[in-house]
Design a protein around this ligand. Structure first.
Ligand SMILES: NC(=O)CC[C@H](N)C(=O)O
Length: 381
């Protein structure tokens, strides 16, 4: 089956289709990871994007039950050099083609992904349209120009209802903006009592859950598309220890009065070098983002830059100077990518314990009584 990818600048790629048939448009981005295509394509932060893998052989180890980062993929297309439809791995349960057919996702192979990546690097990410049909190029171009990029990806990918993953240690409210499963996995592995809440949960609703700490998740799209999330973080800041990841980091920065901007082609891959300014140490990180916190916007806020990207010097980590809160632009939960940064979850738990022992005026009993009162009032409404 022939398939085509047309970019906004008029470049047309012709290749072979796999997965679903039809047409689909989105922002074309590239990921430089060598392994981990299952985690990449199921990371909700790619919602609405057509993802190109720079590694030239994809599909060779199939798809398995355990490596999903969300219950379903939200990507709008997948572009590869060579697609291997006969997986060879003991963990493989079915093929990439099978997965894409199930979820209506179009894959295209036999593409010069090196040329495509160079174009995206030079021009910046572009809109593109994938099609397995035989419409004329002019018709494809017309459909592409009429299509618009999604603005509601957080609502599309966030959980619709509250659910819990019980544990016997710290109670963490995880605000799900399109969270990767890896974040919940890291918290539950540490025994945390996690309650996952939708992106539009209010500060009062969160207070009623009596959290010891708040985890802000990753998520798709422009942080400025979810102003309600920024407002909620602003209300919770100072009251609870906060740890933010990726979109959570950007939303936190906005809540503290800083600003965000779009990068030319983003950071997506498993080997981005990040420098921790305090120690001077370099960490290799997993990344997937197209936006960044603007350097100059930190001035005059109560934020301090803790990490920078060693390639382009953009901000990779922040902490609040007064309140227990820190955030990173990269992915300590890895999946895919190195697990070197998972210690940040331990740091979060440590921060929660320190905050608790420094604030003995609100013992658990008093907090519980307060919660109960809140819930009663809520129920009587
Ligand atoms: N992985 C993420 O959380 C990405 C954050 C945001 N959507 C960006 O592209 O910058």
């Amino acid at each position: 089956m022939q398939a085509r990818l047309l970019l906004e600048d008029g470049t047309l790629f012709t290749g072979k289709g796999f997965g679903a048939e039809g047409a689909s448009s989105g922002e074309v981005v590239f990921n430089t990871g060598i392994t981990g295509y299952q985690e990449v394509l199921s990371d909700p932060s790619y919602c609405g994007q057509i993802v190109t893998m720079t590694f030239p052989l994809i599909g060779n180890y199939g798809i398995n039950r355990d490596d999903f980062e969300a219950v379903r993929p939200y990507i709008h297309g997948f572009v590869v050099r060579r697609h291997e439809d006969v997986p060879s791995n003991w963990r493989a349960q079915y093929t990439l083609d099978h997965l894409f057919k199930e979820y209506g996702i179009i894959g295209i192979s036999e593409i010069d992904t090196r040329m495509l990546t160079r174009k995206l690097r030079q021009h910046g990410t572009m809109k593109g349209i994938l099609s397995t049909g035989n419409e004329r190029v002019e018709e494809l171009a017309e459909r592409l120009s009429l299509s618009s990029l999604l603005r509601d990806q957080v609502a599309r990918t966030s959980t619709k209802s509250v659910f819990s993953s019980p544990g016997s240690r710290e109670r963490i409210v995880l605000i799900d903006y399109g969270a990767k499963s890896g974040i919940l996995r890291e918290l539950t592995q540490r025994g945390c009592d996690v309650v996952v809440v939708p992106h539009d949960t209010t500060a009062d609703e969160i207070r009623r859950l009596s959290p010891d700490g708040i985890q802000l998740s990753n998520g798709p799209g422009d942080p400025k598309d979810v102003p309600h999330a920024v407002e909620t973080i602003r209300q919770l800041l100072g009251e609870f220890p906060i740890f933010g990841i990726c979109l959570g980091h950007q939303l936190f920065a906005l809540a503290c009065g800083a600003d965000t901007d779009k990068l030319k082609f983003g950071h997506r891959g498993g080997n981005h070098p990040v420098k921790e300014l305090e120690s001077g140490r370099c960490f290799i990180t997993s990344q997937n983002h197209g936006y960044t916190v603007k350097d100059e916007s930190i001035v005059g806020t109560e934020l301090e830059v803790t990490h920078i990207n060693n390639n382009d010097k953009t901000i990779e980590g922040l902490k609040h100077k007064k309140f227990p809160a820190f955030t990173v632009q990269y992915h300590p939960e890895a999946a895919p990518g190195p697990f070197d940064n998972s210690y940040l979850f331990d740091r979060f738990i440590q921060m929660i314990r320190e905050h608790k022992s420094a604030n003995p005026q609100r013992p658990r009993q008093a907090q519980l009584a307060e919660t109960l009162r809140g819930e009663l009032q809520y129920a009587q409404k």
